[in-house]
Ligand binder design. Structure first.
Ligand SMILES: [Zn+2]
Length: 134
C-alpha cells in the first residue's frame, strides 16, 4: 500500500463551521455534530439540525466504529496527486452513532457490511479521518 503521507494532494476546504472537525481530526479524533434540541447526531456539519431544524448543537466525540455501507475503488483519481495511491477505496461509513460519512477506506479489498474502525491517517502531510477493517 502506498505511503499516503507523501502524496501531493489538496487538503480539505476549511471554514469556520467545520474547523472543530478538522482540528479534532488532526489530533486523531472524530467528532460529529449532536443536536441539543432533539438529542440526535448528524453528519455532515451544517448550521441547523437536519432532524428538527434547531440551530443549537455541539460537537461530540464519536466512537470511531462503523460499518461499510457502500464503496468505490478509484482507479482514475480526479486529482493527479492521488495517482500513486490508485487503486484505492472510498466508501460510505455508517457510523455506530447513526450518521453516514464519506471516507478513505484503508483496505485493498473492502466488502459491504464489513466492520470498520477509525484510522487517523497522514494524507499529504496532514492527519485526516480514514477507516480500516476492525
Ligand atoms: Zn435536532
Amino acid at each position: 500500500m502506498t505511503d499516503l503521507s507523501t502524496l501531493k494532494v489538496p487538503g480539505p476546504t476549511e471554514i469556520a463551521l467545520t474547523q472543530p472537525f478538522w482540528d479534532a481530526a488532526a489530533e486523531g479524533r472524530l467528532v460529529i455534530p449532536h443536536c441539543r434540541a432533539c438529542d440526535q447526531p448528524f453528519f455532515y456539519p451544517r448550521e441547523i439540525c437536519p432532524h428538527c431544524w434547531a440551530d443549537a448543537w455541539d460537537w461530540r466525540q464519536a466512537s470511531g466504529q462503523g460499518r461499510l455501507k457502500s464503496f468505490s475503488m478509484v482507479w482514475k483519481p480526479g486529482h493527479p496527486g492521488w495517482a500513486p495511491a490508485a487503486p484505492y477505496a472510498v466508501g460510505l461509513v455508517a457510523l455506530a452513532e447513526g450518521p453516514v460519512m464519506l471516507s478513505h477506506i484503508l483496505s485493498p479489498a473492502p466488502v459491504v457490511g464489513m466492520v470498520l474502525t477509525l484510522a487517523p491517517t497522514d494524507i499529504g502531510g496532514r492527519v485526516l479521518p480514514a477507516f480500516r477493517p476492525a
